[in-house]
Design a protein around this ligand. Structure first.
Ligand code: F6P
Length: 352
């Protein structure tokens, strides 16, 4: 099954699992594809998958199984008909006499996978998300493809920003972490990058824009993570922040930054939001290779009867990481990381 927000290379990963198991098992193996993530397992929505289903999908974006979000925080709440979701998933698993559940998912989905593993089911997971925020793996599949798309957007904005002499803000996804905006920002040559892990001071952002003006640059390109936050707002409690945002509503933080720069500099500022295009389309070659390797590694674990792991990537090697080590932890950008230091050395401002 695939669970949570989709991303590129989910199909490539499933194909890897299928090919590895069907090529190497000593006996015929049946594959069940659960539709729309955990919903499929809860409500017994599945279809038998054969070799035909996996043909031609290496390069196909999205997921052939469909996906949905079944939030972990509501997993213990009964559904609208009073159904116990965890019990229902276990029932489906036992009724079909499954040997192992393979799940491609991000943070929340991996928490549910860990729960099912603790409940006694055999589970192996694959790390997918454009956010690259899964703990236990240096990289998730989908991330590189999203970096490609986000970078193309930052690249393309440069020509129009330069023609008009404008300040441009590109809002990049990544949920609460800055991996995607950081990488797309550096790859696209952004002048300022604002990420959640480094709360910004709007005065410093304005100063960086003005410094470019003084240096003779006609334009400034700013990458703002969708989860970026000002130093001021970072001090507020969740409740206080919600109240503040209700009082001064902006569609997103990128628009707030744009408004503040416009007011403080008098410059024309535009916002571009590539949004879900960052999750769309075909996986890039890196993700095709990466997801295939992870799929094969997951298949190999299953053939050996090793369960309760996420297959991941650490120090350039494919590894298995116990699910209980992964579940509930977020991999964030370290504000003191080398990559941040190097970006600052070449003059990129983080507004701090
Ligand atoms: O987790 C992937 C992601 O694309 C995040 O970057 C983003 O915050 C979120 O999903 C968007 O979710 P949805 O598809 O539910 O709008």
């Amino acid at each position: 099954m695939t669970s949570g927000g989709d991303c590129q290379a989910l199909n490539a990963a499933m194909r890897g699992v299928f090919k590895c198991i069907s090529n190497n098992a000593n006996e015929p193996v049946e594959f069940y594809g659960f539709e729309d993530g955990y919903k499929g397992l809860i409500y017994g929505k599945f279809r038998i998958l054969t070799g035909k289903d996996f043909k031609g999908i290496l390069t196909r974006g999205g997921t052939i199984l469909g996906t949905s979000r079944v939030p972990f925080k509501t997993i213990h709440e009964p559904d609208e008909n009073g159904l116990d979701k965890v019990e229902a998933m276990k029932q489906t698993y036992y009724k079909l006499q499954l040997d192992c559940l393979v799940m491609g998912g991000g943070n929340g989905s991996t928490k549910t996978a860990n729960l099912l593993s603790q409940e006694g089911l055999n589970v192996v997971t694959l790390p997918k998300t454009i956010d690259n925020d899964l703990w236990g793996t240096d990289m998730t599949f989908g991330f590189q493809s999203a970096v490609d798309i986000a970078t193309k957007c930052v690249d393309d904005i440069h020509t129009t920003a330069s023609s008009h002499g404008r300040v441009f803000i590109v809002e990049i996804m990544g949920h609460k972490v800055g991996w995607l905006p950081l990488n797309a920002g550096i790859a696209g040559g952004a002048d300022i990058i604002l990420i959640p892990e480094i709360p910004y001071d709007i005065k410093k952002v304005v100063k960086a824009v003005e410094a470019r003006d003084k240096g003779g640059s006609r334009f400034t390109v700013i990458v703002v993570a969708e989860g970026a936050i000002s130093k001021e707002d970072a001090k507020l409690s969740k409740k206080e922040l919600k109240k503040k945002r209700e009082k001064h509503p902006y569609p997103s933080v990128a628009y707030q930054v744009a408004d503040e720069i416009q007011q403080k500099t008098g410059r024309e500022v535009r916002v571009t939001v590539p949004g879900h295009t960052q999750r769309g389309g075909a996986p890039d070659p890196y993700d095709r290779v990466f997801a295939t390797r992870l799929g094969a590694a997951a298949g190999d674990l299953i053939l050996k009867g090793e369960y309760g792991y996420m297959v991941g990537y650490r120090n350039r090697e494919i590894v298995k990481v116990p699910l209980e080590e992964v579940a509930g932890k977020l991999k964030t950008v370290d504000p003191n990381a080398e990559i941040i230091r190097e970006a600052k050395l070449i003059g990129i401002s983080f507004g701090d």
